[in-house]
Design a protein. Structure first.
Length: 224
């Protein structure tokens, strides 16, 4: 069993473990995750949550360990420290476990490519194929990581390594992220109860997809 197999199985065990109520609860509501097969979706939630929360958690632990430091640090200084921790976590150099965990997931998804469900997601506006979950997962997570402009250099290196594992050039068309869902906007919909006016995206609004046609202001049903 190689390191990637061990990492993949360890992540599976962590995901199946009971929640620890002593830690803050993380809610992942990324719209693009709904267009992933079940296995890539849970790993997407795991890695994006760690990407967002782990640097903050490390800085807060360091602050809590030193009361004097906590008094001296402003919100701006904390933000700088969190950004530095994020860059350190994403770096493929050094001993950061984050890239190793990510690469282990990709190797694991490559091995089960033929076993996962590959039919199109049954959601309005879907325009993606799920034939290669490891590739789709890599594109989605690298796109989310790239939203942090302060870690652009580290994300670029990490992204190249991910696609190198898949034998796909990082700048090829196959490696480019495209929104998995079309958009279809119904403009200027007015609530008959409170007169609130808003645009409704029939393909991307999760409430509309679930047939919850309610005003976001007063929660009364729209007149369909």
């Amino acid at each position: 069993v190689d390191d990637s197999d061990q990492t993949f199985s360890q992540i599976d065990r962590a995901l199946s473990a009971k929640d620890d109520t002593s830690h803050p609860e993380i809610h992942s509501n990324w719209d693009i995750a709904r267009y992933l097969p079940r296995d890539p979706q849970k790993y997407f939630d795991l890695m994006v949550s760690e990407f967002l929360f782990a640097p903050y958690q490390q800085v807060i632990r360091e602050v809590d360990a030193d009361g004097k430091k906590a008094v001296a640090k402003t919100d701006e200084k904390l933000l700088v420290d969190i950004q530095a921790k994020c860059q350190e976590m994403l770096s493929c150099r050094g001993d950061s476990p984050f890239p190793k965990k990510l690469f282990g997931i990709i190797r694991g998804l490559q091995k089960i490519d033929g076993d996962v469900e590959t039919e199109a997601v049954d959601l309005p506006g879907t325009q993606t194929t799920l034939a290669h979950p490891a590739l789709v997962f890599s594109k989605y997570v690298s796109h989310v990581f790239s939203l942090d402009k302060n870690a652009a250099k580290e994300v670029d290196v990490l992204r190249k390594q991910m696609f190198r594992m898949l034998n796909i050039p990082a700048f090829s068309k196959q490696a480019q992220f495209t929104n998995p869902c079309e958009t279809y906007v119904l403009p200027d919909v007015i609530c008959s109860y409170c007169n609130q006016c808003r645009d409704l995206d029939l393909c991307r609004d999760p409430d509309l997809i679930m047939h919850e046609w309610k005003c976001s202001h007063c929660e009364h049903q729209y007149d369909q």
